[in-house]
Design a protein around this ligand. Sequence first.
Ligand SMILES: [Zn+2]
Length: 339
Amino acid sequence: MTDLPTTMRAWVLHGKEDMRLEERPVPSAGPGEVLLRIGSVGVCGSDKHFYFEGRASSDVISEPVVLGHEFGGTIVAVGRGIDVARVGRRVSVEPLVPDWTSREAREGRYNIDPSQRFFGVPDLDGALQEYLAVPAENAHDIPDSISDDAAAMVETISVALNGIEKADLAMGARVLVAGGGPVGLFVLQLARAKGAGRIVLVEPQDARRETARGLGAETVADLTAAGDDYDVFIDCTGVASVRHDGCLTVRPGGRVVFIGVGAQDASVPMPAVIEREVTIHGVMRYAFTWPKVIAMLEAGLLDADGLVSRTLPFGDALDAWTAPLPTEVKTMIRVTEAG
Ligand SMILES: [Zn+2]
């Protein structure tokens, strides 16, 4: 095994707009765990909500926490019960830790288990630190063709994949996607891979619309310009008015999929939903997606690296929050450089 240092650096969020670089002991791998040297960590919309608002969706910061739930790394040590041959492997980590005895997990839907834990939200420190121990089964081996940044984005792609699975697309389906951030851009790539006929993406920012066109979508700047009669509407914005108006864009019998978190409430146009039997589906994280996403990346079906708009060295991580780029898509923090 590699010689490990005894201390490491960690970015610790103490409260609203108060994130500090601190020295902590390097953790050890407990039974059933692997210890990772962290590679790249993606910055997510929810990380911004935690930093600026002290909460994201229903998770609230009450104690200091290390953010970072989109990550991969290299296994540097293994705990009891784990094959030592895994040391040296590059992995992408699923940050969701279910209670496998829960009713929902036993029904195959561990992502809606209310007792699940999650790396990088209050009560389980995430990957904005140099070393982190995770359950061995959450660490999925990746081939060399997948970069550290793409390894971190398997998480984002997984959210999009769960949304696409909920959308239940038929070949040739007409799909409207709201939001050209990373999730929306992966939703459109997955919809294409699934054989969607027409994909329209709504996004106010020019640069993001251009990226979406490069990935094969038609684009409009505003939902009112998108028209209607879509088979599926997928919201990746979390904006209340977009959720409402999106329900009006699907044809009778269509589906509406809500991925974006954000506004805690939104109104739903009930006649449009009831009289036209529109199906509304929520999307909570993901279940069993890592092997599928890794296989798609390996097959070259998805462009992940092309969505990275900026990489920051670990010491400058705070810039992701305090100095956002106007044309940001995905910011990556390189905790350790790929080598
Ligand atoms: Zn995220």
